[in-house]
Design a protein around this ligand. Structure first.
Ligand code: NAD
Length: 408
């Protein structure tokens, strides 16, 4: 089992190695080895059958040098404190790379939300806010959705926060439904931002104008990315979700696949496609591999088997530090998560900004603001990697750490 927080700290250690200890003070790096605070809570929920169940929840506030803590809330049966700490650390760096005035935080609940009824889920979500309302707020800590948390859940949380505190700005939770203070374009933002990053770096990382793409994950991020890449003329040849995947050499029709999954609950048996496992998906021969599901899917066990020409990390932490080294030696460029998936938090920041200003921007306006930010961030990261003679992940880390150090 890989501990995601140990992976994150190994990445931080690598920065010292790459910069030969010359760029960042050891005191600064030491401070970044622990979050400002990590909070564990217990949330009692009266279940539909009348029994009481206690759930474990978390909020990690990692660093707020650049602005209020910002980061999603994950509902998953494997979620635990080390995962949340790692995700919060990456959020701090991600906001810095994207150039937005936000710090890093993350939250979660250890739960499989699929086994809860809607009313149990609502009570659990409101319970998370009741336990944490003191530390949340538009200028303190601004949560958002992540794996298995939806706009509806954000609306419950935002409503609960308003009930407890009287704050009517609705700027404490982002990723809300449009009618309840949400931003246009938040749904596809991570996939679209990832596409803008890819588009900005495509030629520099040696990819052709039209690429074949394999995507792991068909949730919010993976399904939007699949649609956007296809709409821009690329060919998505493989897709998977938690139940397995499909392969179709001449390209998958994403609208039809979405419909098929809605009707059957799975990707399997989609028209003229071949069934593949998640392991096979990662090893598919393609121009671009897009992990968009979970952390630690590319490890030292399978990195040597990968046949993609480049990787765009839309999931957080999908590649372990050992696998990173193997891919670097193999000459497979990796566009790192803290750059590649920063479109999500950037549009979350737009939502917060709109809420505080009492504005509502059109989808076109949101995308027109997102695209240049993603392009600038991509080129800054590329430049930093080049200057320091290292790979893109380290370029992104160096850029982020410089910005955070400057503010401390
Ligand atoms: P989601 O819950 O909407 O979708 C997750 C997808 O992963 C689903 O298709 C699920 O079936 C699949 N999956 C689950 N377990 C799997 C497994 N073992 N193997 C293969 N597939 C599996 O979540 P999401 O919001 O799309 O997030 C996906 C990743 O992107 C996460 O790492 C998340 O932290 C990251 N991310 C999300 C956002 C966002 O805006 N939602 C922003 C930045 C980063």
């Amino acid at each position: 089992m890989h501990n995601p927080f140990e992976n994150a700290m190994a990445q931080l250690d690598k920065v010292t190695e790459v910069t030969k200890g010359a760029k960042f003070s050891s005191e600064f790096l030491m401070c970044l080895r622990e979050p400002d605070r990590d909070i564990r809570i217990s949330i009692p929920v009266k279940m539909d059958d009348g029994s009481l169940k206690i759930f474990e929840g978390y909020r990690v506030e990692y660093n707020n040098a650049l602005g209020p803590y910002k980061g999603g809330i994950r509902y998953h049966h494997d979620t635990e404190i080390n995962e949340v700490k790692a995700l919060a650390f990456w959020m701090a760096l991600k906001c810095a790379v994207a150039g937005i005035p936000m710090g890093g935080g993350k939250g979660g609940i250890t739960v499989d939300p699929k086994v809860l009824s809607k009313s149990e889920l609502e009570k659990l979500s409101r319970g998370w806010v009741q336990k944490l309302s003191d530390i949340l707020g538009p200028h303190k800590d601004v949560p958002a959705p992540d794996v298995n948390t939806t706009p509806e859940i954000m609306a419950w949380m935002s409503d609960e926060f308003e009930k407890i505190t009287g704050d009517k700005t609705r700027a404490t939770f982002t990723g809300k439904p449009i009618g309840q203070g949400g931003s246009e374009g938040r749904g596809p933002a991570t996939g679209l931002g990832g596409f803008y990053v890819f588009d900005s770096l495509r030629a520099q990382i040696g990819l052709p104008e039209k690429c074949t793409v394999a995507i792991q994950g068909f949730g919010n991020v993976g399904s939007n990315a699949a649609k956007i890449f296809t709409d821009h003329g690329h060919t998505v040849i493989a897709i998977s979700d938690s139940k397995g995947g499909i392969y179709k050499a001449d390209g998958i029709d994403i609208d039809k696949l979405t419909e098929h999954k809605k009707n059957t609950g799975s990707l399997a048996s989609f028209e003229a496609s071949q069934t593949i496992t998640n392991e096979e998906l990662l090893e598919t021969e393609c121009d671009l591999l897009v992990p968009a599901a979970f952390e630690n899917v590319v490890t030292d066990q399978n990195a040597n088997k990968l046949r993609a020409k480049a990787i765009l990390e839309l999931a957080n932490g999908p590649i372990t530090p050992e696998a990173d080294e193997i891919l670097f030696k193999k000459g497979i460029p990796v566009v790192p998560d803290i750059l590649a998936n920063s479109g999500g938090v950037t549009v979350s920041y737009f939502e917060w900004d709109q809420n505080l200003k009492g504005e509502h921007w059109s989808e076109q306006e949101v995308f027109e603001k997102l695209q240049p930010l993603m392009h600038t961030a991509s080129q800054n990261v590329f430049q930093k990697a080049k200057e320091n003679n290292t790979y893109l992940r380290m370029g992104a880390f160096i850029l982020a750490l410089e910005r955070i150090q400057e503010k401390l």
